[in-house]
Design a protein around this ligand. Structure first.
Ligand code: NDP
Ligand code: GDR
Length: 373
């Protein structure tokens, strides 16, 4: 049997790295697009990297960018993929307010460039296309929980760009008979989550505080409610969506939501720290009420370790998101296997390990800087 060929944009990101692992295990030849950067940006896929000098490689990286049609067309022409997973994006909602035009170019136009390249190369009947759509499309929510038929109301340049990408994917399916579909994914996290997204920012800061590497975690809106799942569960679903008889769009979520504040409390507990929250709005703080000094050797009862910094407030906020994944369960048999508690425990364990390493190096006189976000 011939091996299936997949192309992943955004292969160096959280989802791209888990998806590449998943497809390699299934026997695919996996091609990924990485961006040229002045320093290494492949840390998340280094463990599956294959020496270009070896024969029969099944994981191949290409330089490229979603803003460059000629590059995308050349890669697609060369590898003739059976499946394309468009995960590449400027994916940070807050950053999209600072760089709205770039976000639109990559997230909206980038999707069009890929679809158009598939069509112009005559691959529209061969290549199946997955678009990384998002619960941010629901923004100011019109219905709870949100499902495939819930109207969209995007609240950021990121979400507006992703709305174009959503509809152009539907349009190419309807206009050219392409197998193209949207996964409307709610927030999903892991130890590989980018350090400036709120869950990872929290698990990393709590771990650094536990070892005395940072004094305090500064956050924005702690009232925000999210439906958080684990990235490993969600990439499995991305693949499942491309294995059906007909292309369809699916909501992928856990069906449960908690606040940012609750995620802070949960993460601190995992690191042996009990917290009491007090004050409101910009004056809210969290104080340590009990501590397991084996897990958090540098933390004392009475320490204030969480504060609000208004600089992390967004010009327009998405206050609450809660998904209804019943279509995915009914039609594909997909259910998430990892709970938010298990995911949080995994992230904190990972970040405590890193913080412990940093602290040990520092103790022995090595200059180790910890980047604060
Ligand atoms: P990440 O931010 O971790 O990864 C984004 C990837 O896109 C990185 O590989 C990045 O490269 C790449 N990229 C950024 N700009 C460009 C560009 N101009 N050209 C080509 N590649 C580019 O995101 P996630 O893995 O978390 O998310 C994957 C996709 O799913 C994204 O499209 C995101 O918007 C979407 N999504 C994510 C959700 C989540 O909760 N994680 C939920 C719903 C949707 P580099 O490493 O060089 O920065
Ligand atoms: P989100 O994720 O915007 O939902 O987008 P993020 O983790 O950035 O924010 C979640 C919520 O937490 C609030 N928040 C903070 N957020 C950050 N980043 N930093 C803070 O200090 C902070 N304090 C409070 C935010 O205001 C927000 O309400 C993610 C991305 O992965 C998108 O690409 C994806 O489409 C959506 O999830 C689904």
């Amino acid at each position: 049997m011939t091996q299936k060929v997949a192309l992943i944009t955004g292969v160096t990101g959280q989802d791209g790295s888990y998806l590449a692992e998943f497809l390699l295990e299934k026997g695919y030849v996996v091609h990924g697009i990485k961006r040229r950067a002045s320093s290494f940006n492949t840390q998340r896929v280094d463990h599956i990297y294959q020496d270009p000098h070896t024969d029969n490689k099944n994981f191949i990286l290409h330089y490229g960018d979603l803003t460059d049609s000629s590059n995308l067309t050349r890669i697609l022409q060369q590898i003739q993929p059976d499946e394309v997973y468009n995960l590449g994006a400027q994916s940070h909602v807050a950053v999209s307010f600072e760089s709205p035009e770039y976000t639109a170019d990559v997230d909206a136009m980038g999707t069009l460039r890929l679809l158009e390249a598939i069509r112009l190369l005559g691959l529209e009947k061969k290549t199946r296309f997955y678009q990384a759509s998002t619960s941010e499309l629901y923004g100011l929510v019109q219905e709870t929980p949100q499902k495939e038929t819930t109207p969209f109301y995007p609240r950021s340049p990121y979400a507006v760009a992703k709305m174009y990408a959503y509809w152009i994917t539907v349009n190419y399916r309807e206009s050219y008979g392409m197998y193209a579909c949207n996964g409307i994914l709610f927030n999903h996290e892991s130890p590989r989550r980018g350090e400036t997204f709120v869950t990872r920012k929290i698990t990393r800061a709590i771990s650094n505080i536990a070892y005395g590497l940072e004094p305090c975690l500064y956050l924005g809106n702690m009232d925000a409610l999210r439906d958080w799942g684990h990235a490993k569960d969600y990439v499995r679903m991305q693949w499942m969506m491309l294995q059906q008889d007909h292309a369809e769009d699916f909501v992928i979520a856990t069906g449960k939501q908690i606040s940012v504040r609750e995620f802070v409390r949960m993460s601190a507990k995992e690191a042996g720290i009990s917290l009491e929250f007090a004050g409101e709005g910009v004056h809210e703080t969290a104080t340590v009420t009990a501590v397991d000094s084996l897990l958090a050797p540098k933390v004392k009862v009475g320490d204030v370790i969480v504060k609000v910094d208004p600089r992390y407030f967004r010009p327009a906020e998405v206050e609450t998101l809660l998904g209804d994944p019943s279509k995915a369960k009914r039609k594909l048999g997909w259910v998430p296997e990892i709970t938010v508690e298990e995911m949080c425990a995994e992230m904190v364990a990972h970040d405590l390990g890193k913080a412990k390493q940093h602290a040990l190096l520092q103790q022995h006189g090595f200059d180790v800087s910890v980047t604060l976000e």
